[in-house]
Design a protein around this ligand. Sequence first.
Ligand SMILES: [Zn+2]
Length: 329
Amino acid sequence: MSELHKFLFDGLPVRGVLVRLTDAWTEVLRRRASNSTAGAYPLPVRDMLGEMTAAAALMQANIKFDGALVLQIFGHGPVKLAVVEVQSDLALRATATLNGAVAADASMSSMVNESNQGRCAITLDPKTKFPGQQAYQGVVPLFDDAGHAIEKLSEVLEHYMLQSEQLDTTLVLAADDKVAAGLLIQRLPMAGSGNLAGSMVSKENEDQIGLDEHYNRIAILASSLKREELLTLDVETILRRLFWEESISRFEPLVGESAPRFACTCSRERVGRMIVGLGAQEAESIIAERGDIEVACEFCSKQYHFDPVDTAQLFIDPLQRVESGKDAH
Ligand SMILES: [Zn+2]
């Protein structure tokens, strides 16, 4: 079962989060494989999306925020878009959209960052917004200060957190067909609680970048964690192997019902709104060509079916358009 563990290094300005997504991750993959049009992900895409999913769960667990954290890669290459959305209660969903063939040994940059034009975005979308409030979004490129393409998602996100929060962060991420896992180690903010959006950023945080010897020591230990270890070892073994000389305080682990889990927020109403967005003419032409409109949710592969009568109703009375409940699973 999926699990998430938070811990503090006693007396030191360093905190950590370790996540292992098992059922939550395999459900993402199973849903995708059940979509006969899109089909299962090529392995490099699967692993990148798994790392993104683990990272998004770590970041959501590491901030105090009521709403959705959305981690996106706007790709320039055969992967057009990769999206992970994690709610405050750690319900999550993920998907990637391809527009070309992906080589079996494709690197991250060859998938999403041809000619350095790919971007990584983190959006914090509050559950309740006051009128006119926008979601916060921060964007970082997929190349380093010298203009070289970055091949590890963890480095992209470490860079993001240094920029947005002025906080040193170490991430180790890994994914395969059974597990998406990650370890986050972060220097605690001198002021504020750290919120990814940078509004609590203080000069003190910035002045401490790279200088805390305790953080630096623990970061080196964390970085020694191998992909294979992260994927195969249980949480207790990982923490013991890495930090056996450190004194750690553990929080109550998030397991069972409070653990990260797959959940999709799609609905017939939203799909109906999307069809209305196409316009009556476009909807009618699809009906004329195929007899009805079939839409599969890209996150969970649920099929939504609108026959000619349903479709006509969408455009007649937008308030009553989705009551017929004809969803097929
Ligand atoms: Zn869905």
